[in-house]
Design a protein around this ligand. Sequence first.
Ligand SMILES: NC(=O)c1ccc[n+]([C@@H]2O[C@H](COP(=O)([O-])OP(=O)(O)OC[C@H]3O[C@@H](n4cnc5c(N)ncnc54)[C@H](O)[C@@H]3O)[C@@H](O)[C@H]2O)c1
Length: 345
Amino acid sequence: MASKIWRVSIIGSGNWGTVVARIVGHNVKRFSCFDEHVWMYVYPEMFEGEDLGTQINRTHENRKYLPGISLPKNVVANGNIHECVKNADILVFVIPHQFVPKICSSMEGSLLKSARGVSFIKGLFCNKDGIELVSQYIGKTLRIPMNTVSGANVANEVAQEKFAEATLGFDEKVTSRDEASRLQQLFDTPYFRVGIVPDIAGVEIQGALKNIIALAAGFSDGLGMGSNTKAAVIRIGLKEMHKFARMFFEGIKEETFWESCGIADVITTCYAGRNRRCAEEFVKSKQPWNDIEKRLLNGQRLQGTLTSQEVHDFLSARNLTDEFPFFEKVFKISFEGQDPNSIIG
Ligand SMILES: NC(=O)c1ccc[n+]([C@@H]2O[C@H](COP(=O)([O-])OP(=O)(O)OC[C@H]3O[C@@H](n4cnc5c(N)ncnc54)[C@H](O)[C@@H]3O)[C@@H](O)[C@H]2O)c1
């Protein structure tokens, strides 16, 4: 595998998906170990009276999800999932996690036996029956080895090549360090520095749970609280995230919490990002989440509310909600009409 030319497909073309495709499109031209051609799966939809994928291939810009940023010409949009994945050695997943089961089932039977995946998705499959990382779900469903990338990465800032870091987590039992380093080459640039750690769960679980903390930060902003309050919200959220990760996942490395996927991502998400923004609006407008999502997000999806609901269902099925009072408060404010002021104190 190490000497083979890797062909890369990106599954997703939203805000972050398009930025990741842009980075990969540039990087495959820098290294001879990658095929120069990059497929990008575009969920079929119309935009400005034209099929979005056709528009992307005509303009080399994703005007719906990443307006104003050009894509390299070797990134080719395609609305046919089978065509996108059938020859791919590396599948890069960047879609909101609620769409993963459907996408995976549409890919089954189309993949190369040697294919492997990298998930940039921040989310979790968690309900009363159990908990599963998105990368675990994809790996199990498609029977491919998985890796994960997460970090303090607001898409629009990375698109403008403002410096950011990210963390690539891999499983030493299935991915060699050489392979992990080659994956690192695929994503690393001078403005997007990718570190690698042999800890998939530690990297991924924080990327999912930080969206619950971001909702709390948004509530605090919506209430007009100051920076001290937000710092308190972040501290308490970080502690619960750490406890949750340790309680439900084995082998997480303590040092992973200090990587970009950990504390740095929590900080950036609590100051920028859609979850914080929508939660601020939730408090100010008192409108339902669906209305806020439609009004503010232009087709993008909110992750934090879904994760909050899923984590609540998981904890309450185990009588463990008292162990995570902060997560529980975010859930009750979001879905049970509890006063947002209760987030503190
Ligand atoms: N945007 C960011 O700043 C950012 C940064 C880091 C990580 N992430 C994570 O990356 C993942 C993808 O986020 P994004 O910002 O690219 O997504 P997005 O919310 O911008 O875009 C939604 C995407 O989903 C597609 N879609 C809509 N309906 C669909 C359906 N029924 N089936 C399949 N696809 C459908 C759309 O075509 C679009 O490509 C998420 O897990 C997110 O948490 C986002």
